[in-house]
Design a protein around this ligand. Structure first.
Ligand SMILES: *Cc1c(COP(=O)(O)O)cnc(C)c1O
Length: 396
């Protein structure tokens, strides 16, 4: 290894470890369900994004296996050459139906979708107004586009309005976009989309909503744009197929002309191999399940409300979540990590989340209840929270 690289790595890794910011990754030794096995220990799992339990659904497993038998394990090429299987076309039709739009395009992941879609439309002569708490993939997608990035204060509509107006009146930009998470993943709050749409209409802004944590969860499962009835007003309805939908992939739903453009100009569609047949078939079937029934969605919210009420009652600071996402905000990074470690020892897997995922001093253990949890599991988890919280002086 080069001496310069070696010195860089030694110094920076040690620095992260000293600050309590080095994240240890634990392999899960089995399905990522309501209970998981890690280091040989069975734990109540409060850390997955498997909101509806679909990642381990038996019917979806069967459908994926059938698709593998028929098509093989790989798609064989990039989408624009001959990696587009009829399965991908069906998925995209289903996505458009799910989101209430003319058309949709799917990608290999939500992250890569944000890399793809933003830079296919925005360039160095444009500006993007970006919520300060937007997801890393939005930030990177914006950077890749080379557009001027103008951050606005989290969900602060006055700040957004002032900055949007200034950007338009400056005459410096050809196009101006506003981009936001639909549901903010670290706090569980929902973007103020009706106000955002109003500002966008007044100032002629392009609107882009990343609803990775909303689809399957808000809007009776159809997402945050649907929750507010704004399907006709948001230009890019972006989402992931890896969270509530339970498989893998990302997508943009919108007008036919937008999707046609993304199919010729988004680089991961042109230069990265298409998602595998098994995944695409399972994803399409998972979307159909979400369209057909709100049973899993209802169970998810019931569990979320139950967990929130219980943790609040115990005295934890659960922030201001409007969705099943339930943070326990602790603050200090080392204490947060110690708390998570003790929860593990007692039988709960709830990962600590610290800088750079959240701001410094805003360390938290984030709980993700799912439709697959039982009341008994949540009760057990909360009794462990009470015990460990008192032991570490986080609650009284
Ligand atoms: C998780 C997430 C993504 C990335 O989605 P993947 O499919 O996991 O790559 C993008 N945006 C937001 C807001 C997310 O929470």
């Amino acid at each position: 290894m080069s001496n310069v690289l070696d010195a860089f790595l030694q110094e920076n890794l040690q620095d992260l470890r000293d600050q309590g910011l080095y994240n240890e990754v634990d392999p899960v030794e089995g399905p990522n369900g309501a209970k998981i096995q890690v280091r040989g220990k069975e734990l109540i799992n409060l850390s997955s994004n498997n909101y509806l339990g679909l990642a381990t659904n038996e019917e979806l497993k069967r459908i994926a296996k059938e698709a593998i038998d028929k098509y093989g394990v790989g798609a064989g090429a990039v989408r624009s050459i001959n990696g587009t299987l009829d399965l991908h076309v069906k998925l995209e039709e289903k996505l458009a139906e799910f989101k209430g739009t003319e058309a949709a395009i799917s990608f290999q992941s939500g992250f890569n979708c944000n890399m793809a879609a933003i830079s296919a439309v925005m360039d160095k002569n444009d500006a993007i107004l970006s919520d300060q708490l937007n997801h890393a993939s939005i930030i990177d997608g914006c950077r890749l586009s080379k557009a001027k990035i103008i951050a606005f204060k989290h969900s602060d509509m006055e700040d957004l309005h002032a900055k949007a107006k200034a950007a338009q009146e400056s005459g410096l930009y050809n196009k101006v976009m506003i981009i936001t998470d639909g549901v903010f993943s670290m706090d569980g709050d929902i973007a103020k989309l009706p106000e955002i749409v109003k500002i966008a209409k007044e100032l002629d802004l392009i609107t882009y909503v990343d609803d990775a944590h909303g689809s399957g969860v808000t809007g009776k499962g159809k997402g945050t744009v649907k929750h507010f009835g704004l399907e006709k007003d948001i230009d890019f309805q972006m989402g992931t197929l890896s969270k509530a939908v339970g498989v893998v992939g990302g997508y943009v739903a919108g007008k036919q002309s937008l999707i046609d453009w993304l199919k010729v100009r988004s680089r991961p569609f042109l230069f990265s191999t298409a998602v595998t047949p098994g995944d695409v078939a399972a994803t399409t079937a998972a979307l159909q399940m979400i369209i057909d029934s709100t049973e899993l969605h209802d169970k998810l919210w019931e569990n979320g409300d139950y967990l929130k009420a219980g943790l609040k009652e115990l005295g934890f600071n659960i922030g201001a979540s409007e969705t099943p996402i339930t943070p326990c905000i602790i603050g200090d990074e080392k204490l947060t990590q110690e708390f998570s470690k003790r929860l593990f020892e007692e039988g709960v897997y709830a990962k600590s989340i610290v800088f750079p995922t959240v701001q410094k001093g805003a360390g938290r253990v984030r709980n993700m209840p799912t439709a697959a949890h039982t009341k008994e599991m949540l009760d057990e988890a909360m009794s462990i929270y009470g015990k460990v919280g008192k032991e570490l002086g986080i609650i009284k």
